[in-house]
Design a binder for this molecule. Structure first.
Ligand SMILES: Cc1cc2nc3c(=O)[nH]c(=O)nc-3n(C[C@H](O)[C@H](O)[C@H](O)COP(=O)(O)OP(=O)(O)OC[C@H]3O[C@@H](n4cnc5c(N)ncnc54)[C@H](O)[C@@H]3O)c2cc1C
Length: 441
């Protein structure tokens, strides 16, 4: 008999059933904990959830995964989801409506990047060579730079066209923070793991099913089968330390994983770990707005298109557009994503939708796929004001282990990645491994 299973299981409370909490709960069940999973919402998934609206199953915002999301893909498999059945995999391509753009061929990362950049016809040779030279320099430096550098500082001297065509869109897509405010070190880490990782790391994995089916629902089903307890609609109000564990809203547990938002974790730990709480509550956020439009019969040449920017995104809000008809959704439906969207949140929903419509009309004019705005209709708009933390240079993120027998998980916890599904999943797994090692599990 496995000695770990010979002793009674410890009781573990996981507060929050976003992707971090789900990862923690699954890891904990595997390690022999008796798990109770709380969420204040009625369903799991947190910010990466989907809900029905007017007969459409809409994600909380269009999400992209990449091949480097090692632990997320492993977790999906573990709970019975074959990633290839719910994700469309394609080599990284940043293709504008007018055609051309960057397309990485399949195969090992370095030659793929080299060939992709060299074949990028719209960039001048000077810009292409400068990009390759800069990438080589980053690689030689081990993808490290001074922590206080912004992405703009990192790219000083790079021709503007290279910066605008590649670095800016990658930065805002990965860090949800404009380049002049974004952490260069975090972007370098993403580039190292995606563009220069094992073959396939940079591949785009575009959901072909609602987010709920990628992980939240199957993970909850798996947890249920393993005997874990699920408490939806329960907002945890109080944590009280005990001699050998914690009381969570009056119930006894041996350990706790706090996988809720930084704001809620800061509230719950305000008296117990005041410094930690102050740091968590001081985090700044960046919004993301997603606009869904439908135009019957329309189809784009690619499932995902890079939309041309205007200076400072002043008139053209969306960086990327998705043809959901090519991704398992209703045909003629398009999701337009505005990351780093503070300017547009301030301008309001109507102005934002009008600007997106105009952006599409202009971007697709003179292409074989013109956007006929007269026949397009608005399906939905979702604004997440606190979509992700602002990933700024030198940001001190809250530590994962503020107190004995209590670990914190979530995309905001200290770590090398920006706020992503993979960062959330890895933090959930790490939190449970820490508690298990303390308990000798
Ligand atoms: C619009 C949008 C687009 C995005 N696009 C991408 C993308 O393309 N790729 C990518 O990798 N990432 C993307 N992200 C980021 C990604 O969604 C997050 O990094 C990830 O979902 C965070 O998961 P989490 O578990 O850390 O936190 P959350 O999802 O916020 O989960 C926290 C959970 O805790 C619960 N909770 C809070 N307080 C309590 C309490 N007191 N008691 C009980 N429950 C509580 C909440 O209800 C919630 O379910 C995007 C995010 C948004 C909003």
């Amino acid at each position: 008999m496995n000695p770990a299973h010979a002793r009674p299981p410890g009781r573990l409370a996981v507060v929050g059933a976003g992707w971090a909490g789900l990862a923690a709960a699954v890891e904990a069940v595997d390690a022999g904990w008796a798990v109770t999973l709380f969420d204040m919402a009625g369903q799991p998934g947190g910010r990466a959830r989907s809900t029905a609206q007017d007969g459409l199953e809409l994600d909380n915002g269009q999400h992209i995964l990449i091949g480097a999301y090692r632990d997320t893909l492993a977790l999906m498999r573990h709970v019975g989801v074959a990633p290839e059945t719910v994700l469309h995999r394609q080599p990284l391509a940043l293709v504008p409506p007018a055609g051309g753009g960057l397309r990485l061929p399949a195969g090992p990362a370095l030659p793929a990047f080299l060939r992709g950049v060299l074949g990028w016809r719209e960039l001048s040779w000077r810009a292409r060579l400068a990009l390759l030279g800069r990438a080589a320099r980053w690689r030689l430096s081990g993808f490290r730079c001074p922590p206080h550098w912004s992405v703009e500082r990192l790219c000083a001297g790079l021709p503007r066209e290279a910066f605008e065509a590649l670095i800016d869109p990658l930065c805002v897509a990965a860090l949800n923070t404009p380049a002049h405010q974004a952490s260069a070190q975090v972007l370098l880490t993403v580039l190292r793991d995606a563009l220069f990782g094992p073959p396939g790391s940079a591949d785009l994995l575009l959901p072909t099913r609602p987010l709920q089916q990628l992980l939240p629902t199957p993970a909850l089903h798996w947890l249920h089968q393993q005997g874990a307890r699920w408490c939806p609609g329960h907002r945890v109000h109080r944590l009280a330390p005990q001699e050998h564990g914690w009381q969570v809203d009056g119930e006894d547990y041996d350990a706790v994983v706090l996988a809720c938002s930084a704001v809620e974790a800061g509230r719950l730990l305000a008296d117990l770990a005041p410094d930690w709480s102050a740091q968590a509550l001081a985090m700044d956020y960046q919004p993301i707005v997603t606009v869904w439009l439908s135009q019957p019969g329309a189809r784009w040449p690619e499932a995902m298109m890079a939309l041309p920017a205007s200076p400072n995104a002043a008139t053209a809000p969306a960086q990327f557009g998705f043809d959901l008809g090519q991704l398992g959704g209703p045909s003629g439906t398009f999701a337009l994503v505005i990351s780093g969207a503070a300017r547009w949140v301030a301008q309001g929903r109507e102005a934002t939708v009008a600007a997106v419509r105009q952006q599409l009309s202009q971007a697709f004019a003179d292409t074989p796929w013109p956007w006929n705005d007269a026949t397009a209709s608005l399906q939905a708009v979702r604004t997440e004001k606190r979509a992700t933390f602002a990933c700024t240079p030198g940001l001190q993120r809250p530590a994962p282990t503020p107190l004995p027998r209590l670990a914190v998980a979530g995309d905001h916890v200290a770590g090398p990645y920006p706020a992503t599904l993979e960062g959330a999943v890895r933090s959930g797994i790490a939190a449970v491994r820490h508690l298990s090692s303390q308990e000798g599990r």
